[in-house]
Ligand binder design. Structure first.
Ligand code: FES
Length: 77
C-alpha cells in the first residue's frame, strides 16, 4: 500500500528501511522523503514506526529524554 503519495513510498519500503536500521522519523524523511511535501502521510508513517517497535511514543523521543542531535551522511546509490 502506498503510504506517501507525494513521494510514492509504500509501507513495505518503510518497513524495509526500518529493518535496515532506520530508527527515527527524521531519518525516514531523509532516506525516503516521506512527509516532506504535503505532510498528510506523517501520522501513518509514525504508526508504522510504532508498529515496528521503533518509537513507542510516536515522536522518536521518550518523555523526559534529551533530544539527540544527529547528522546523516548521504550514501551513494
Ligand atoms: S503524502 Fe507524504 S508528503 Fe504528501
Amino acid at each position: 500500500m502506498i503510504v506517501c503519495v507525494c513521494k510514492s513510498v509504500s509501507d513495505r519500503k518503510i518497513r524495509a528501511a526500518i529493518d535496515e536500521g532506520v530508527d527515527s522519523f527524521d531519518e525516514l524523511q531523509f532516506e525516503l522523503g516521506v512527509a516532506t511535501c504535503c505532510g498528510k502521510c506523517e501520522a501513518t508513517v509514525r504508526e508504522l514506526m510504532a508498529e515496528s517497535g521503533v518509537c513507542a511514543s510516536h515522536c522518536g523521543v521518550e518523555q523526559g529524554q534529551a533530544v539527540p542531535l544527529t547528522f546523516y551522511a548521504r550514501q551513494a546509490a
